[in-house]
Design a protein around this ligand. Structure first.
Ligand SMILES: [Zn+2]
Length: 245
């Protein structure tokens, strides 16, 4: 069944909409239906009329504002001086939210498409730091001009098998503006790892498991070597160099 907004006779009744595939339509759906059925594009309505239509919906003003995220254009008297303070105008209908499984338009909904719980989950999985430069939220950049603000950016993932998918990654605003590569090439990464020697590959796998680059015995010894006096370093050099001949 297709419902077209300019055929009001096909619309579910805004008072008690019964919509197949939708459990108890909420205030957003009902107010959208009310606007189409009772107000009509181009016409003004008042808050009193809105509240009288939905006496049982305490958040109906908010449900009306929600529709803006769905491409509905509703002006108040700040947008349009010909309106009285208590009036608003339905300038243009947006997505027909009474049809199940509608998507929010990208340009309007892109920013808020992630809910708070999803944002928190991604930020936490990325350890609350920019995955490009490593800066944490609120930390000062080295130039001292600003503190970092983290944003979520889209990334395509090329998997070893199967089609590419899209996900989010945590970046600081600077790196996000810097236009980093938009693709995470897992397949390419893994084939580069396969080029390492078996010893290097095992060490690398341990870093990945630990989530950090663990200092191995070689790094520890190298650090210690650097602290030794010249005579001691020469002795070590002589011994090791003779061993490699
Ligand atoms: Zn960064």
């Amino acid at each position: 069944m297709t419902i077209v907004a300019d055929q009001p006779q096909d619309l579910p009744d805004w008072r008690n909409p019964v919509i197949p595939g939708m459990n108890r339509p909420g205030g957003r759906v009902r107010v959208a239906l009310w606007l189409v059925s009772e107000v009509g594009e181009g016409n003004p309505f008042t808050k009193t009329e809105l509240r009288a239509a939905f006496p049982d919906e305490s958040q109906i003003d908010r449900r009306l504002r929600d529709l803006r995220d769905w491409g509905w254009v509703i002006h108040n008297n700040r947008d349009d001086e010909s309106l009285r303070p208590e009036e608003q105008r339905l300038v243009k209908c947006g997505v027909p939210v009474w049809i199940p499984h509608q998507e929010r338009p990208q340009e309007v909904g892109a920013k808020s498409a992630l809910n708070a719980a999803e944002r928190t989950r991604i930020l936490s999985a990325d350890d609350h730091m920019c995955r490009s430069c490593g800066i944490a939220a609120g930390e000062e950049y080295e130039d001292g001009f600003a503190t970092a603000k983290l944003v979520l950016s889209r990334r395509d993932i090329v998997h070893r098998q199967g089609p590419a998918t899209t996900t989010r990654v945590t970046l600081c605003e600077r790196c996000a503006k810097g236009g980093l590569s938009q693709t995470a090439d897992v397949a390419g990464f893994l084939s580069a790892v396969e080029q390492l020697s078996p010893l290097e590959r095992r060490a690398f796998a341990r870093w990945v498991e630990a989530g950090k680059r663990a200092r191995g015995e070689m790094e520890r010894l190298w650090g210690l070597y650097g602290t030794l006096p010249a005579d001691a370093r020469r002795e070590i050099l002589r011994d090791l160099a003779s061993g490699t001949e």
